[in-house]
Design a protein around this ligand. Structure first.
Ligand code: IPE
Ligand code: IPE
Ligand code: MG
Length: 247
């Protein structure tokens, strides 16, 4: 439920929103709690956010849950995050099925433990027919790595003797993600940071950005509605002229 006086305008076509869910650690520390308590609270924010998507016209939601650079954190935090991700996948299955949510995970799989991998594969298989929302969770994700893998495949016979289009390259990236998704319309980053941290660099070419100071565990349907409404008020020109000027 969105408890807001915001009038929600739905976009004409379904949106792809990417969220860099940042600030869990600071949220916890400011309350005198261990960082992991912030990650736990962050999982609740994920649930609230996913639930709010369909009514705001969001068809694809890509959540940055664990970057390839996050392996650099202390082992105890990494372990706790992996455990939370595994539990989240298991717990969300039933709810996702009920709500028509299709879960996909993007990112590397060769460095994940088998319990995490199993949870991912089960979630993907079970929810494959979900039509209401495509929820993509980025785990051990690095956009530069995804682009490099796509570039590497250009050396194969199929591509070697012809020129490569942007569509070809987008398809190669989608293949390495194992999921197809439209270009990103809107990127939201919480916690006041204003950077991409290696998130969807190719797919964000014409994305709009919404930065909020709110920490991720405090994110909710209202804030998502605010971001979407702000997005809908922007004039996306894609290099051309504004509608009014172009005539
Ligand atoms: C985001 O919160 C979650 C992950 C990166 C896994 P952080 O853990 O980065 O929280 P801060 O930025 O330290 O507050
Ligand atoms: C980006 O957040 C990754 C995720 C939200 C999963 P970080 O907190 O890891 O990013 P930096 O280090 O501040 O750029
Ligand atoms: Mg952070």
């Amino acid at each position: 439920m969105i408890q807001s006086s915001l009038s929600i305008i739905k976009p004409e076509t379904k949106l792809h929103v990417g969220i860099i869910m940042d600030g869990n650690g600071r949220w916890a520390v400011s309350r005198g709690l261990p960082r992991i308590a912030g990650h736990r609270a962050g999982a609740d924010a994920v649930r609230r956010t996913v639930e709010a998507c369909p009514s705001l016209g969001i068809g694809t939601l890509t959540l940055y849950a664990f970057s390839s650079d996050n392996w650099r954190r202390p082992q105890t935090e990494v372990n706790a995050l992996m455990r939370l991700l595994r539990i989240f996948m298991r717990k969300e299955l039933e709810r996702s099925l009920r709500n028509g949510v299709r879960i996909s995970v993007i990112g590397r799989r060769d460095r994940l433990s088998s319990p995490v991998l199993n949870a991912i594969e089960t979630a993907e298989k079970t929810t494959i027919n979900g039509q209401t929302l495509h929820l993509r969770i980025a785990i051990d994700y690095s956009s530069r790595y995804a682009i490099l893998r796509a570039a590497e495949r250009l050396r194969s016979q199929e591509y070697i003797n012809r020129s490569i289009t942007e569509e070809d390259f987008s398809r190669l990236i989608a293949d390495s993600d194992r999921t197809n998704a439209p270009e990103v319309d809107l990127v939201i980053r919480t916690s006041g940071e204003q950077r991409l941290s290696d998130f969807l660099l190719w797919e964000n070419a014409y994305a709009e950005f919404f930065f909020t100071k709110r920490m991720w565990p405090d994110f909710d349907a209202n804030e998502l509605a605010l971001a979407v409404n702000d997005f809908l008020s922007r004039d996306r020109r894609f290099g051309a002229l504004a509608q009014a000027v172009a005539g």
